[in-house]
Design a protein. Structure first.
Length: 249
């Protein structure tokens, strides 16, 4: 596959904090339009890797390109070409839904003449058209999550990084959020998502299992389950971690 078909390219990426290796020589590629997942427990290195790919954290060594841009050499351009949403995405509770969208449209540099159109798109996509005048602090968790996603795509980024975006919301809201992710993927967006929910992992086109900073398995969910002879990603994950523990003992 030619280079222009890869949204993300990572080769031997390492991030050290003193003697601690948070990301340990990981390599992978993400296709344009793909929903690619990082699955792993807390402390596996998922969020650190995401922050490096978003140009928020400088790698210790290795290579990472996002949208064709080197994250170490050109982090500002990387940030201009991505959308980023985490479980701690900062919405302003004392602003209305529409005011939050207007604020983030300004932050992301959406041209003033295009802002109303982009706000309407975000409202429709998130199902918030009827809540535009609602104070954000009054929204339930699932609706806040939708609004945060709407804010993250106002500037039409080709690549979206979602760092445990469904943490803390109920299963129905999580499934509805994934419906939105599929819609964005079908429109051509590349979606990179981290999660520790096993059922969510099966929604990804391809999946990397991370453990102690390393990628210990990478394939489609169906292929990972078939290779391990397991009926669910939860059982695949437990079996993979147990094998890693045995081999490192």
């Amino acid at each position: 596959m030619s280079a222009e078909n890869w949204a993300v390219e990572v080769e031997n990426l390492v991030k050290r904090f003193g003697d601690f290796i948070a990301v340990d020589h990981i390599s992978f590629r993400v296709r344009r339009g793909e929903i690619f997942g990082f699955l792993g427990p807390n402390g596996a290195g998922k969020s650190t890797a995401i922050r490096i790919l978003c140009g928020l954290l400088r790698p210790t060594s290795g290579l990472a390109r996002v949208g064709g841009y080197d994250v170490a050499r050109d982090p500002e351009t990387v940030r201009q070409n991505i959308g980023y949403m985490s479980q701690k995405f900062s919405l302003y509770d004392d602003l209305t839904v529409e005011e939050n969208l207007s604020f983030y449209g300004g932050v992301y540099g959406v041209p003033q003449e295009r802002l109303p159109e982009r706000e309407e798109f975000a409202l429709r996509m998130a199902g918030l058209t009827g809540k535009r005048d609602t104070m954000t602090g009054m929204l339930a968790g699932g609706w806040k999550q939708r609004l945060a996603l709407g804010c993250a795509i106002l500037h039409e980024p080709p690549i979206l990084f979602l760092d445990e975006p469904t943490s803390g919301v109920d299963p129905i809201a999580r499934r509805e959020f994934w419906d939105l992710i599929y819609q964005l993927s079908e429109q051509g967006h590349t979606i990179f998502v981290t999660t520790h929910y096993m059922d969510e992992a099966e929604y990804c086109h391809r999946l990397a299992l991370m453990y102690k900073g390393k990628i210990v398995a990478l394939d489609t969910p169906a292929a990972l389950m078939a290779a391990a002879g397991k009926p669910s990603m939860e059982e695949v994950f437990v079996a993979t971690i147990e094998e890693e523990e045995r081999s490192s003992a």
